[in-house]
Design a protein around this ligand. Structure first.
Ligand SMILES: [Zn+2]
Length: 145
């Protein structure tokens, strides 16, 4: 992350920053995050963020990608908190989904048949990447044991 600008407004803070996920293009984020207040036991008040995703009160807002609370981050931006083997597994599943959505056949995590309209070069590249991610996920999973 290059820089972040925090603008304080009466009922919200405005977060401006750029981020880039996994080699994608840089994206600009300019999002207000609402603030909510709860009374403290002995007077005064505590300021919370209201998560832009679920509107729940949260003490910490995560700003990799769009700002959101931890729960939302896990759901929407799972890759940021995934373990390495999960990332590879997800990449492998993504390729399987591409193959299947184009009419190919995947069984038990193996790519069995090329989608009829897919070029062989594209298919072989996907198979290579699938093999790579499958192998890396196994390695990473073993490394955590
Ligand atoms: Zn949330």
């Amino acid at each position: 992350m290059a820089s972040i600008t925090v603008g304080v407004e009466p009922e919200s803070v405005r977060l401006q920053y750029q981020f880039r996920a996994n080699g994608d293009d840089w994206r600009q984020v300019n999002t207000p995050v609402k603030l909510t207040r709860t009374p403290e036991h002995f007077g005064g008040e505590r300021v919370w963020f209201a998560c832009p995703g679920c509107e729940k009160r949260c003490a910490t807002i995560y700003i990799h990608g769009k700002p959101a609370c931890r729960t939302c981050k896990r759901l929407t931006y799972g890759c940021q908190v995934e373990k390495p083997y999960e990332q590879h597994l997800r990449q492998a599943r993504k390729i399987e989904n591409i193959i299947e959505s184009r009419g190919g056949v995947v069984s038990h995590g193996d790519i069995d048949r090329k989608p009829p309209t897919m070029h062989w070069s594209t298919f072989m590249r996907l198979v290579d990447r699938h093999d790579y991610h499958t192998e890396q996920s196994l390695r990473a999973a073993l490394a955590t044991m």
